[in-house]
Write a protein that binds this ligand. Structure first.
Ligand SMILES: Cc1cc2nc3c(=O)[nH]c(=O)nc-3n(C[C@H](O)[C@H](O)[C@H](O)COP(=O)(O)OP(=O)(O)OC[C@H]3O[C@@H](n4cnc5c(N)ncnc54)[C@H](O)[C@@H]3O)c2cc1C
Length: 465
């Protein structure tokens, strides 16, 4: 899973950093400040038209739709009759990077009004299969299916699921519903009768999500247990021998310090062999035969691409589609993939990660290219060499790193301020009146750690003093 966001802020007072680098031709650039087209299409399916179809209303799908709408405007007559439609089970965009946040209450945003404002249709539906030869996406419960002329697959990912018998006992953080379920569960602990594991949480998986939820739970459980006479404990288990092993050596010292500060105990080289439940607690049996009683168990075993992706073309081990530099699916001219559905080359020797940092720009480029392919315009290559990681570490603050080897730039309160800014205006859907302008924006190339720090300092002002 990739935690990494580019500082592409869309909030107030941040416009000065937006138009940084742009891969679009200068004719498109010159239109960057012109007016946004008014809504012109009803949100319903019509047949016998030329259509860009976007599967998914997450970060990549939303930005693909906006990118396609922007390209349609820029290309003028060559594209003006091309419709753009998004299909997803719901028009709610889940702000997944926030799901671990104890004090956050907005985990999803309805993007239907935004799509409508830029002339993009939305249809609620779940794509069950793709008939690539017939250019048709087949929906659950809809025999006819949806035809397309160009397709963007942006169906996202989900947490690799736990074994079925364990599912009733564990929480995952994949959706707003699941995040609220965890919150309700934790908030209800003080009302439960005392038990050995009432204020014990076990987080299985010490990757990015595991670290964020474990450190958040550290302070959360301690607050709830205060005055009960019972101890609050958070254990984080992983088969790896270090926490955050997938993040490399760069942030190791910061992570270890944060675990110590937040009272999270890491158990290395540990696997779970069973999870059952008693009246109060869950009982975890570890591979070495030992047992842990814990009322709260969070499963954070990494992300896997939606299997829908594999129906569009050859997929990598993690289920993501292999795409070329134009984000075209291997062997296809008019099928593009973005976000967690795509494994693209972001920089020499570095592929995209399952992250918002990569989902938003790949979405934008895939949307532009789907429209451009239909209009006969040259495609835009995707590239994103600049890279950063920002990790929330609960009461220990955060960790901001620079580059693919994740050299730490800031930690503590300053990094936490960056994280909150990312989880706020950076990932929030844009306002309708700026959406098409931003659909043009590309990631800021991050040249040096000093430059990265200076940019965040300028954006955050006193919050990062
Ligand atoms: C707990 C958690 C924390 C995270 N923290 C960070 C972070 O700090 N920084 C970061 O950069 N990244 C983070 N990520 C990763 C980031 O959220 C994802 O990389 C990002 O959401 C990917 O965007 P996406 O649009 O590709 O997929 P998603 O956001 O998963 O959206 C997929 C869309 O496809 C739709 N869909 C699914 N199946 C179908 C179907 N069959 N038919 C039609 N539509 C379908 C879904 O409904 C959804 O609208 C986190 C992820 C999680 C789970």
């Amino acid at each position: 899973m990739g935690p990494f966001l580019s500082p592409l802020p869309r909030g107030e007072g941040t416009a000065s950093v937006l138009p940084y680098a742009n891969p679009l031709p200068s004719t498109a650039m010159s239109q960057q400040t012109s007016m946004i087209r008014l809504p012109r299409r009803p949100s319903r399916w019509r047949q016998a038209m030329t259509r860009v179809l976007v599967i998914g209303s997450g970060f990549a799908g939303m930005w693909a739709a906006l990118g396609a709408a922007r390209a349609r405007r820029d290309l003028g007559a060559a594209a003006s009759s091309i419709d753009i439609d998004v299909v997803a089970p719901s028009s709610m965009l889940c702000l997944k990077p926030r799901l671990y946040q104890r004090h956050e209450s907005v985990f999803e945003v309805d993007i239907a009004p935004l799509l409508s404002a830029v002339g993009v249709g939305f249809s609620a539906g779940t794509v069950a299969s793709l008939d690539v030869a017939a250019h048709t996406a087949r929906l659950v419960g809809n025999v006819a299916g949806l035809s397309y002329d160009a397709l963007v697959v942006a169906a996202g990912s989900h947490t690799t699921p736990p074994p079925r018998p364990w599912r009733p006992h564990v929480h995952v953080l994949d959706s707003a519903t699941e995040a609220f379920a965890l919150r309700r569960h934790v908030a209800g602990l003080p009302q439960r009768p005392p038990s050995p594991g009432r204020y014990t949480a076990v987080v299985i998986g010490a990757g990015f999500t595991g670290l964020e939820i474990a450190t958040e739970l550290g302070g959360w459980l301690r607050d709830l247990a205060a005055g009960s006479g019972e101890a609050a404990r958070v254990l984080m288990l992983d088969r790896a021998d270090t926490p955050g092993a997938s993040l490399g050596a760069g942030p190791q010292a910061t992570i270890l310090e944060a675990l110590a500060k937040t009272g999270v105990t890491f158990r290395p080289s540990t696997s779970v062999s069973d999870i059952t439940a008693t009246d109060g607690d869950n009982v975890l049996t570890l591979a070495d035969g030992s047992r842990i009683d814990a009322a709260t168990v969070v499963w954070a075993a990494g992300l896997r691409a939606n299997p829908l992706a594999g129906l569009a073309g050859p997929a990598a081990d993690d289920g993501r589609l292999t795409v070329d530099s134009m984000l075209r699916v291997a062997g296809q001219n008019r099928i593009f993939a973005a976000g967690d559905s795509a494994r693209a080359s972001a920089a020499p020797r570095h592929d995209t990660l399952m992250s918002c940092q990569h989902a938003m720009p790949t979405g934008r480029v895939a949307g532009h290219n789907a429209m451009r392919a239909l209009a006969g315009a040259p495609l835009i290559p995707y590239t994103q060499p600049g890279y950063q990681t920002c990790l929330d570490l609960g009461e220990a603050g955060g960790m901001l790193s620079h580059g693919w080897d994740r050299a730490v730039v800031w930690n503590g309160a300053k990094a936490k301020a960056v994280k909150r800014f990312i989880n706020g205006p950076v990932i929030a859907p844009p306002a309708a009146d700026r959406a098409l302008e931003l659909a043009h924006a590309t990631p800021m190339p991050v040249a040096t750690a000093e430059e990265l720090a200076a940019r965040w300092q300028a954006l955050l002002g006193d919050a990062a003093a």
